[in-house]
Ligand binder design. Sequence first.
Ligand SMILES: *[C@@H]1O[C@H](CO)[C@@H](O)[C@H](O)[C@H]1NC(C)=O
Length: 299
Amino acid sequence: MQISLTLWFSIVIRLSELEPATADDSVQFKIVGGTVTEIARTPYQVSLRLKQIDRQQFGRGHICGGTVISQRLVVTAAHCLYDGRSRNMRSPNDFVIIMGNSLLQIRSVLMQQYNVQKLMSHPQYNPTNLQNDIALLFINGFVPWKSIVRALPLARVTAVVGTPCLISGWGSTINGGTSSQTLQSATVPVISQTDCSAKYGYISAAQLCAGYMSGGIDSCQGDSGGPLQCHNTLVGIVSFGRYCAAQDSPGVYTNVVYYVDWIKQMNRSLDYSYYSGDVRTVVCSKLAVLAIFVAVVRY
Ligand SMILES: *[C@@H]1O[C@H](CO)[C@@H](O)[C@H](O)[C@H]1NC(C)=O
């Protein structure tokens, strides 16, 4: 890991401003240089939120993006799961996932909301150099495919240099800005490992760069964990960059192809028939069953 110290201080994780959390206080968050889009065009995109904050004001809890990859599975960046201050991993109950919704702060009739049953951060995730910046969220429900939400298939081969890919999210539209109210997207080409390493010091095979050396179009704070979609497959996960859309500073993404085996292995370990919800929900349903039982016995 050869990210130099100077570089490290200007490198920002693309987590939302809510959690300045990183080595850099000037953390920023949203797609820069993109255009307004709708969830129907990126139906696999989710908004990962902190439940408590989102309950106070819908949309305020947004910290990261994510991608639906199976009926109960969402993939995001590992750094999205950690509390920036304590550096501890949060618990499943801290999160809520919003799907099928274009606007950050307004619920549409197509919106779906899920609790998280299990968090699976990559065991070799390194918060210092952001290697293995990938995590899975096992949601507490089945996404109905007849809804607007769709899974994005995992990439099977590494995208060739120059491939046009779509990035999307509610991250900041300017370097240092706040989350975007509208879902934004932009097209960025894949950049070679060599060219990217030349700019960042070291980029591993498990990472991938996309964007423009000239700057202008890039993912930003609040886009972390979101998709880099190429040829209708999930090729990358928004991880970090030096500022946003700056010259000679393309976006760095977790290279999904590299983690397909890990994802499948984790997915196989999950029990798709088991649901454990909010403790409160469970208690309520038990009480309801008890009430019905009592009612039956009385008669
Ligand atoms: C995960 O497992 C489910 C249930 O077995 C399966 O339907 C789905 O295709 C799997 N997804 C991935 C990404 O492996």
